[in-house]
Unconditional design. Structure first.
Lengths: 502, 139
């Protein structure tokens, strides 16, 4: 039964994808299948999270082959948390995006395929979170990316193709770099199992090997997580996809990159094994500043938000570079908070675009008066992102700053504070332009009725943000537990190499 | 495609190719071959048959749509992984007792072969869809 539980986050989307390939399913049926499957997935990962929290790390040996020869799936607290929040976001985005929304996922015959691809994306995301094998991680990443390539350019509009092309090319390049790094380290160690690699590297103490292959793999995942100087693909492409899809991308894709960095650079390429994290810290700081400066200059709402993703990714990787249990706790809390907040903001952006017929916030205005509920759905995540207490972003930033003070990284603290103020400034800019000022009179609005579903979606994500804010202590303890497992990987090694606790 | 020789030859070559592809599929567990290579060969049998007529056949075995092969193939592959759960681990190979058959010798049937069949069908579907799409683009 435990096997089935661990494999379920992969099995459920895979089966849904297969069902969506069956021809001549009506759009209505596919909506129902897709939503049901996302609900089942959410139930499965909730159960998995509860089991992991109460019983400890779970492992599954595919085919019964013992590591390091077979592929092992590992569900520790970090994996389970990431699985849970991505299943939640996917469910909510599907509620927003099914046919009756302001943004029907896709016209006519493509509709079923789009649902299939969304579940294909979830298949890749969940696989990446679960796998305990370096090459298998690459395979899941590719599953995720191939689905996202198609979703990004799904209408084949002229405007979508340049961004999509940049996205595809950069990701292919990153995959090639990843394979080079993995090849180097496999040539030396003869194993791809992460736990086995960690054990062998600990005994080998070869900083040259760790730094060369670590740097190659870091660049690969930095490109996928949109870290400076590999970030340019993100603001070029995200806002071109449909709002529901871009919300899913904004919430999940870059964070899978951050997860992979967290996993690999606390387990395999660690300072204890000779990896130098200084470069990561400086790149993160550059990312934070450049991302937010890009956001300040933008007027296209979802493009502005896309620049914010970059800036926030900088906070997360900076925490990874600071190292130590407190910093890792802060990073994990930050990732959870950011997924919830950013997906909400993209959905709000989608509704604003649908109602005004324009993505330019200078053409918006008056929504505080005409739709207070929408204003609320914007205010909660925007203030959270800006770091206003008592919202989740405040706790995330506070913990990160504490970790910075403990390690004496004053330059990082100064950067984080300045970037925080600029983040708040650009959120207030959207607030002023879209909600506060009088409706822009020179820009006629289409008569669209967005219906209730988007609000259900946005409010449930806002609810999640509030849970992270007010129930911060509980979530913080979970993050602390996950960070403890990362900081001291002996439990992970035991679970994988000697068999799980169950 | 106006060569009469090629068209007639292609028509008669398709069936033997299919048989060879099945043999490759079966021997693949311990020898070179398997679902992927078998699937490629079977797909070329389909394409050869298509070339021998004028476009996609309307009737008969070779008219089966790629959209049949892909979900069925993937479904079979996933199903082959599930019996392993009863035998101890997900995707664990379970085998029926071996028996003798003329021509094939000692026969072993089990879930790994089922998985290979799934790969075989998926590859046929994928290659056919690819060929159909390219064909549409060029005409």
């Amino acid at each position: 039964m435990i096997d089935l539980l661990v494999i379920s986050p992969i099995l459920v989307p895979l089966l849904t994808l297969i069902v969506c390939l069956i021809p001549r399913i009506s759009a209505k049926t596919s909506d129902a299948i897709s939503l049901t499957s996302a609900g089942v997935l959410l139930a499965c990962v909730s159960w998995l999270l509860i089991t992991v929290v109460s019983h400890g790390t779970l492992t599954l040996r595919a085919g019964g082959w013992a590591p390091p020869f077979g592929i092992v799936l590992v569900a520790d607290t970090l994996s389970a948390l990431m699985l849970w929040i991505s299943a939640f976001v996917a469910f909510v985005v599907l509620i927003y995006g099914v046919r009756s929304g302001p943004d029907a996922l896709s016209p006519g015959h493509l509709h079923v395929l789009i649902h299939g691809l969304i579940h294909g994306l979830m298949l890749g995301v969940n696989g990446s979170f679960l796998t305990g094998d370096l090459f298998n991680l690459y395979v899941w990443f590719e599953v995720m990316l191939i689905s996202s390539f198609i979703l990004m350019v799904r209408e084949g509009h002229h405007s979508q193709l340049p961004g999509g092309l940049t996205y595809v090319l950069l990701n292919l390049l990153a995959s090639a770099l990843f394979l080079s790094g993995a090849g180097l380290i496999y040539g030396k160690l003869g194993t791809l199992n992460l736990a086995d690699m960690a054990a062998k590297l600990g005994a080998l103490q070869d900083p040259d090997l760790v730094n060369t292959s670590g740097a190659l793999i870091f660049v690969a995942f930095a490109a996928k997580a949109a870290l400076f100087p590999f970030h340019f693909w993100l603001p070029a492409s995200y806002h071109r996809a449909a709002p529901a899809i871009s919300a899913l991308f904004a919430g999940l894709l870059t964070k899978v990159g951050v997860y992979a960095l967290l996993r690999l650079f606390t387990l395999v390429f660690t300072p204890a094994n000779g990896f130098s994290t200084t470069l990561i810290l400086y790149l993160s700081m550059a990312t934070m500043i450049l991302g937010v400066l890009g956001a300040v200059a933008q007027y296209h709402i979802r493009r502005l938000l896309a620049f914010h993703i970059i800036s926030q990714i900088g906070y997360m990787t900076a925490g990874l570079a600071l190292g130590g249990e407190l910093a890792l706790t802060a990073v994990i809390f930050y990732v959870l908070h950011h997924i919830a907040v950013k997906s909400t903001l993209f959905l709000v952006g989608g509704v604003l675009e649908a109602r005004t017929g324009s993505p330019d916030i200078r053409h918006h205005g008056g929504f505080y008066q005409s739709s207070p509920l929408l204003a609320l759905c914007f205010l909660i995540p925007a203030f959270s992102l800006g770091g206003i207490p008592p919202l989740s972003g405040f706790w995330a930033k506070l913990n990160l700053l504490q970790a910075g003070i403990e390690t004496g990284r004053w330059l990082f603290i100064a950067t984080a504070l300045i970037v925080g103020i600029l983040t708040l400034f650009s959120m207030i800019k959207i607030w002023n332009e879209s909600f506060w000022k009088a409706p822009a009179s020179d820009h006629p609005r289409p008569a669209t009725n967005t219906g209730g579903r988007p609000f259900l979606a946005m409010l449930s994500l806002c609810g999640l943000t509030l849970v992270f804010s007010l129930g911060g202590a509980f979530v913080f303890r979970l993050a602390q537990r996950a960070a403890g497992e990362l900081a001291d990987p002996s439990g992970y090694l035991d679970a994988v190499l000697k068999g799980g606790t169950l | 495609m106006n060569s009469l020789l090629l068209r007639i030859a292609a028509r008669y070559l398709s069936w033997p190719l299919l048989v060879v592809s099945l043999w490759l599929l079966y021997r693949g567990h311990n020898l070179p071959g398997g679902g992927f290579i078998g699937g490629l060969l079977a797909a070329s049998a389909f394409m050869l048959y298509e070339l021998s007529g004028y476009g996609r056949p309307q009737r008969g075995f070779f008219s089966i749509s790629p959209f049949f092969f892909m979900p069925v193939g993937l479904g079979v592959a996933v199903l082959s992984a599930l019996p392993g759960l009863l035998g101890g681990a997900f995707m664990k190979g379970l085998w029926l007792p071996g028996f003798e058959l003329p021509l094939l010798g000692k026969v072993h049937l089990g879930t790994p072969l089922l998985f290979d069949i799934g790969v075989y069908l998926t590859v046929i579907g994928f290659i056919l869809l690819l060929a159909d799409t390219l064909n549409d683009e060029s005409s």
